[in-house]
Ligand binder design. Structure first.
Ligand SMILES: Nc1ncnc2c1ncn2[C@@H]1O[C@H](COP(=O)(O)OP(=O)(O)OP(=O)(O)O)[C@@H](O)[C@H]1O
Ligand SMILES: [Mg+2]
Length: 401
């Protein structure tokens, strides 16, 4: 059995907690009197506490008042989280315990190539298992579609994919076509979406919902409403409806944020029908990790430069006096690294992937000049264009071809 040594104390919000050496804090659910007394004392004295993990998941505590416990445990999270936070209460039904265990273990189902916080991933898995309507939000190219597709794979349920951003005729895509002929009268050829919602336990991806035609949103209103869950085949009141089968989960993606003026502003009532899972943009070291994983053969210095450049654009966009209006996405970073893998220089990759995203109006003050300078800071491969020193002919030549 593994035991850990933690330091007792009070956290910022005044709660008693145990802390490990790397700063993880744990509230400990102690029920029995003897342990409670020990811990209360330890919290007061800020003493070290040895948490003894007994057979069957029970805990006991041994308190030491030494203030320099050299065995202070570095990272207790995995063990204690298992024991305290996620342990089902004794009277949980077996089925519920199974669901909890699945959610708890779900980070193992997340591939290394998808960067997403474990907590958000677990929330996504749990929401999908519970048949919630899920909306993945975040800027372009941050992994919304990828995460949605990955969770469907992980759950091993019937999958349907609809790209609503690309549909011109929402009625035909979501409902189908109504035909009429004299012999048989009106008949209806149903859409794939109609099949999808009638499939029990299906996971239905509605990609780019924020770009969909408002008519699509109208149609989806009743489908997504917890209390209705049906699709009306015609606008007219009293027209036939199709029920959403039990266990169906909808996962939508949306670019929501002021950077995306081209995206239609989604109706509040529609948005309210979803729980939101926000994808985070990666920081430089996460980006580096991802790119190295995807392209282990690309020189780490270049991978690092790409990660740092992207990060710098993200910081700049958020600053109050931002000199650029958009940042470099993870998708663009992956593309740039794949060009480098195929033999392009960093400057060349930046030129074809990054620069076109930035306006060059305004010369030296343009957004493009800003990003060029940024790239230049990271390029020492001799091929970068020097924006100021025009005498550096060697460098300028190659880059302007
Ligand atoms: N968080 C991430 N983890 C791993 N790869 C990522 C991540 N974000 C983006 N990528 C890479 O970028 C590519 C594009 O990601 P994805 O299509 O999921 O973005 P998106 O958020 O759906 O973008 P859009 O808003 O344009 O639809 C992926 O194929 C992957 O290579
Ligand atoms: Mg997408």
């Amino acid at each position: 059995m593994k035991n850990v040594i933690l330091k007792a104390g009070i956290n910022e919000s005044g709660k008693p907690v145990l802390t490990d050496k790397v700063g993880n804090q744990f509230e400990c659910p102690v029920k029995d009197k003897a342990n409670k007394q020990k811990l209360t004392w330890a919290v007061k004295k800020e003493a070290f506490v040895k948490v003894i993990n007994k057979e069957g998941g029970a805990m006991s505590y041994s308190v030491s008042n030494s203030s320099t416990d050299k065995d202070w445990t570095k990272d207790a999270s995995s063990m204690l989280l298992d024991q305290w936070l996620n342990k089902p209460a004794a009277n949980v039904p077996a089925e519920q315990a199974e669901v909890m265990a699945f959610i708890q273990k779900s980070p193992e189902l997340k591939p290394d190539t998808l960067k997403m916080q474990d907590l958000k991933w677990k929330y996504l898995v749990r929401s999908a298992m519970r048949g919630k309507n899920i909306m993945m939000t975040g800027p372009a190219g941050c992994g919304k579609t990828m995460a949605a597709k990955t969770v469907v794979n992980a759950l091993d349920r019937p999958e349907f994919y609809f790209n609503l951003g690309a549909t011109q005729d929402p009625r035909a895509t979501l409902i189908g076509n109504v035909h009429f002929n004299k012999e048989s009268g009106t008949f209806f050829s149903e859409s794939m979406f109609v099949k999808a919602i009638q499939t029990e336990n299906a996971v239905i991806l509605m990609d780019e919902l924020s770009r969909a035609h408002p008519e699509a949103w109208n149609i989806l209103m009743t489908v997504l409403d917890e209390g209705q869950r049906y699709l009306r085949l015609d606008e007219a009141d009293g027209s036939p409806t199709i029920k959403v089968a039990p266990g169906v989960t909808f996962i939508a993606t949306a670019n929501i944020g002021n950077e995306y003026t081209a995206t239609r502003v989604m109706d509040r009532a529609l948005l309210d029908r979803f729980i939101i899972v926000e994808m985070d943009t990666l920081n430089a070291s996460e980006e580096f990790e991802l790119l190295t994983k995807l392209f282990p053969n690309v020189d780490t210095k270049t991978v690092n430069a790409i990660s740092e450049i992207a990060h710098a654009t993200r910081v700049e966009v958020k600053s109050e006096v931002a000199r650029i209006s958009t940042s470099i996405s993870t998708r663009a970073c992956v593309e740039m690294t794949s060009l480098v893998y195929d033999g392009f220089s960093l400057t060349e990759a930046a030129e074809v992937i990054m620069y076109p995203q930035y306006d060059d109006a305004g010369g030296a003050d343009s957004e493009r000049t800003f990003v060029k300078q940024l790239v230049q800071k990271f390029c020492d491969d001799g091929t970068d264009e020097d924006l100021f020193n025009t005498e550096d002919v060697d460098g300028a030549d190659q880059d302007q071809q």
